[in-house]
Design a protein around this ligand. Structure first.
Ligand code: KG4
Ligand code: ZN
Length: 347
């Protein structure tokens, strides 16, 4: 079973071909990603119209490259999976219309994949882990703690009530004059910084529900930065280190709550899993590894190339759904918003 995966929900145009591999894992036959970072850098964030135009300019060539890389023709694939949301609607439409066209012309099943579900299932692509597992999904637009019980069976144990973690990294980077996307820049500066120089808050610590709040932390950092402006590179490094340490403390505390709630809704987890662009952060990965070890759980995080947006995760989610007979037709809608997990209260 070879599935083509197409991703255009944000600022990465991606196409990949994946098939089932050994040990329940997937085998990535090709994985083409074209980042638009350069096109958006001057604006300090993703500009939706620019993103949509950039997708339409490169997507067809990228799909050809993904098929060539896998040594396949379109007629050889068994399904066409596409991220049908959530995301920037112009980009989503381009991916979806392209996938529908290919599905119609080549007479292949269409699988309309939820982008967040694809991040959530990546640990099965890379490590073949079984259900249920506890997932921290942290990207530029989303922060969720989820009990992953099965394909299409997700319970949201917590979420952010304001900024997403990646968004907080991006905003902090912007206010400190660092580049976009901010996560990798803040992490790089934090390496040489003193995390204890500034007393930054740890919002939500000790709260009963596994929710996050990050806007207060960002504001506290801004106030500290304004007090000592103009900032030297040492100041920036110390602020980045202080911010990252606070985020790590918040994640560890929120995860503790989620681990407790997980048992009520899903029993014993097979693993603690991180996904989404923020899962590329070394300090966060180290803290999660320690925490999982203390709880007697394996920690699984995708290799860096599969943390950010990519086509392989869409193709894999397509395989998972296709195996269960979950296919879509040409009426599948493009969705700017598309929650993938039920809130815990409704579970
Ligand atoms: O999943 P992703 O590639 O795109 C979506 O938002 O769906 O995630 C991108 C986000 C950005 O906010 C970026 O700053 C953040 O992930 N990020 C990081 C790191 N690398 C990427 N955040 C913290 N540390 C990193 N090393
Ligand atoms: Zn993403």
């Amino acid at each position: 079973m070879n599935v083509l995966g197409i991703e255009t929900t944000c600022d990465e145009t991606a196409a990949a071909v994946v098939c089932p591999g050994e040990g329940g894992r997937g085998r990535i036959l090709s994985n083409e990603v074209l980042s638009q970072i350069a096109e958006h850098a001057a604006y300090g964030g993703v500009v939706p119209e620019i993103a949509a135009r950039a997708h339409v300019e490169v997507l067809d060539r990228l799909i050809v490259r993904a098929l060539d890389g896998a040594g396949l023709r379109l007629s050889d694939v068994d399904g066409i999976a596409v991220a049908a949301g959530p995301g920037l609607i112009g980009g989503v439409l381009i991916g979806l219309v392209t996938a529908k066209t290919l599905s119609l012309v080549a007479r292949k099943p269409l699988i309309a994949v939820n982008h967040l579900e694809a991040h959530a299932l990546t640990a099965r692509l890379t490590d073949g882990i079984g259900f249920p597992y506890l997932l921290l999904l942290a990207s530029g637009g989303h922060t969720q703690l989820v009990a992953v019980k099965g394909v299409g069976d997700y319970v949201r144990l917590g979420t952010t009530i304001d900024d997403a973690i990646g968004e907080a990294f991006d905003k902090v980077a912007k206010l400190l004059g660092l580049g976009y996307p901010g996560g990798p820049e803040v992490e790089r500066m934090a390496e040489s910084g003193d995390p204890e120089r500034f007393a930054l808050p740890r919002p939500m610590l000790g709260r009963r529900e596994a929710n996050f709040s990050l806007s207060g932390l960002k504001t506290a950092l801004r106030i500290e930065a304004e007090k000592i402006a103009p900032l030297s590179s040492v100041d920036v490094a110390d602020l980045c280190a202080g911010f990252q340490a606070a985020v790590v403390d918040v994640i560890v505390d929120r995860l503790r709550v989620a681990m407790r709630d997980f048992t009520d809704v899903a029993g014993h987890p097979t693993a603690l899993v991180a996904a989404g662009g923020v899962a590329a952060n070394g300090a966060i990965r180290r803290a999660l590894t320690t925490q999982a070890g203390e709880a007697g759980l394996a920690f699984v995080a995708p290799p860096l190339a599969l943390c950010g947006d990519n086509g392989a995760m869409i193709a894999w989610a397509g395989i998972e759904r296709l195996r269960l007979g979950l296919v879509d037709d040409l009426t599948a809608p493009a969705r700017a918003r598309w929650p993938f997990a039920e809130p815990v209260a409704a579970a």
